[in-house]
Design a protein around this ligand. Structure first.
Ligand code: MN
Length: 244
């Protein structure tokens, strides 16, 4: 029985990485362990290979593309052995703007290769680049299923993402802001998942721990007028429909 869903968490960036994997397993938390460079894949995959609740994702974080673009061939070569890909996407905020063309090229390449491999499930970063990310998705709809993590676009961009069939993972840090909450209200109930984005994301000045989504579940439950168990059951149904 699943106790919570954390569909975007950087497990390998916590101290005691291996113990944390075991804790997610013991706590029965479905955890998508996103990675930031393709070189991190092997260890994540080996440690999670026998896990029931923790799943590894192959990634290349858009904020690291300038330094790690040389690892793109490694990422492409690993696509056949992975089911999930993240964290990938585009970041258009100031420090990363100068690599946006390269970010887009790489994002499109990953989507295209995934399509050739029969489709993958993606956890996608789109900070300050929502419309670019949605353009890439629109041009690669056969690449798989797209989960927009911590989406922070405009109302119109959310609507466009919904039309494109995207999913959304939202966490405590996002739902603790007025803008994040307003945005979450626009997401169809059947397309929503929870995440922490730990250890980067914070709630009440504390870095979120893996699976620490209770605050998000409560806000979502309030939004849907459902109790905690009903809310979790809907989130689990959503996960099942994403994975089928
Ligand atoms: Mn992240």
């Amino acid at each position: 029985m699943i106790k919570a869903i954390d569909f975007h968490c950087h497990l390998d960036l916590y101290p005691d990485f291996e113990k944390i994997i075991q804790k997610c397993e013991d706590d029965k938390i479905i955890t998508l362990a996103v990675t930031t460079t393709p070189r991190a894949w092997k260890k994540n995959f080996e440690l999670m290979n026998s896990c029931k609740f923790v799943r590894p994702a192959l990634g290349l974080h858009p904020q690291l593309i300038k330094e790690f673009s040389g690892e793109i061939e490694l990422l492409i070569s690993l696509i056949p052995e992975c089911k999930y890909i993240g964290e990938i996407g585009i970041d258009g905020s100031q420090p990363y703007r100068d690599s946006m063309v390269l970010q887009k090229t790489i994002f499109n390449r990953i989507l295209d290769e995934s399509r050739k491999n029969g489709g993958r499930i993606f956890s996608i970063h789109s900070r300050n680049a929502a419309s670019d990310v949605l353009d890439c998705i629109e041009n690669n709809l056969e690449a798989g299923k797209f989960v927009l993590h911590w989406f922070s676009g405009t109302k119109r961009e959310v609507e466009r993402a919904i039309t494109l069939g995207c999913w959304f993972s939202v966490g405590p840090a996002m739902l603790d802001t007025k803008k994040g909450l307003e945005l979450a209200k626009l997401i169809p109930k059947e397309k929503l998942l929870t995440e922490t984005d730990g250890p980067f994301a914070m709630l009440k000045k504390e870095s979120l721990k893996p699976g620490e989504v209770k605050f998000a579940e409560e806000i979502i439950g309030g939004m849907w007028k459902k109790n905690r168990i009903e809310t979790l059951n809907i989130l689990i149904e959503n996960l099942n429909s994403l994975l089928k």
